[in-house]
Design a protein around this ligand. Structure first.
Ligand SMILES: [Zn+2]
Length: 345
């Protein structure tokens, strides 16, 4: 299915972007809400009863991001083929439509070969477009900000062998990165970046099996780069496992080899903002959603906490739960990435 065929939300909002933006400047405390055809009126914004309260500030709010992490986990494990997956996907698409000028699902079917041989799964990448300050330009540079919204079907690293067929809740491995992307998108909708930002929530990142070789991983990212349509991202930033309450990020090697300047720029910004303890000096190599993007010619930096003695003790286990995550950790990554995107990359 082509991307344009599955676009369903937000096109009217994109057309009325300029009017909305001017109105948002005029209404003190008014939310910049890109959903629906009519410009927002003061006092009419009413988020769903279970949604985190709508923020109106241009800065990243770690508490709001943490609420988004918890809200995803409240659906249960977001394993493709389950009701929780479908419902959370619907909810995430609504959030993207709320924060972005355009939002749509990029649907695809995956027939499993090794994880669940012969079974087919309906998956969807969720895409939001934020136009740059001044509105869309034909030659706008584009940046993709991504995270995976699926969670793993089986806790194959659980210390208890009887739990290795259970699904993973994915508070850190999945929900943390999505929470960061959504809160950055919301803040960018209030104060626009100089480049178009594509917010990409991938499906099927964590579906695969590792032995004897990696297979059936990064399904959404692979689908995205094969079906770019009229999108043309020049660089990317991937957020994955950014929620641990002792967060420490290292320079990931695929990222560094693809775009050393962007890695160093992110680390310099972190130091400038006082997050030198979070953006540390270690290095490691991780296969993640950024690899298909890099292979497709889109240099992408993966911000991921991959410490063997910390995050990997509960990675792909039944212990990947919100109590291991913190608003402060999301705040650190959100502040840095938002600042870099606002300056333009
Ligand atoms: Zn994972």
């Amino acid at each position: 299915m082509s991307m344009s065929a599955s676009r369903s939300l937000g096109t009217t909002a994109a057309r009325s972007f300029t009017a909305l933006w001017l109105l948002a400047l005029l209404i003190a405390g008014g939310a910049c809400n890109g959903q629906g055809a009519a410009p927002a009126q003061p006092g009419t914004t009413s988020p769903g009863t279970n949604d985190p309260p709508t923020q109106t500030e241009a800065v990243f709010d770690g508490d709001a991001a943490f609420a988004l992490l918890e809200a995803q986990c409240d659906f249960g494990p977001r394993v493709p083929g389950t009701e929780a997956h479908r419902k959370c996907g619907d909810w995430l698409l609504e959030k993207l439509a709320e924060y972005c000028d355009e939002a749509y699902a990029q649907e695809f079917t995956h027939v499993s070969t090794r994880a669940f041989p012969g079974q087919s799964f309906e998956m969807r990448n969720l895409v939001g477009i934020i136009e740059p300050a001044g509105g869309a330009a034909d030659d706008a540079r584009e940046v993709v900000l991504l995270a995976h919204w699926d969670s793993r079907p089986f806790a194959d690293h659980d210390p208890d062998p009887t739990k290795r067929d259970e699904p993973v809740l994915g508070a850190n491995d999945g929900a943390s990165g999505v929470a960061g992307c959504l809160e950055i998108a919301r803040a960018l909708s209030v104060e626009r970046p100089p480049t178009r930002v594509i917010v990409l929530l991938t499906d099927g990142e964590d579906f695969g099996v590792s032995e004897p070789t990696l297979s059936e991983y990064f399904l959404g990212a692979k689908h995205f780069v094969r079906n770019l349509g009229d999108l043309d991202p020049k660089r990317g930033i991937l957020l994955d496992m950014i929620g641990d309450d002792t967060l420490e990020l290292g320079r990931e090697r695929y990222s560094y080899n693809a775009d050393p300047a962007l890695v160093e720029r992110i680390w310099a910004k972190a130091a400038e903002l006082g997050y030198g303890d979070v953006f540390g000096d270690t290095t490691y190599t991780v296969s993640d959603d950024h690899v298909p993007l890099i292979q497709a010619g889109i240099p992408t930096v993966d911000l991921i906490d991959w410490r063997p003695e910390v995050t990997r003790t509960y990675w792909h286990t039944t212990f990947d739960t919100p109590d291991r995550c913190s608003p402060d950790s999301l705040q650190a990554v959100g502040d840095v990435v938002l600042a870099v995107l606002r300056e333009g990359i």
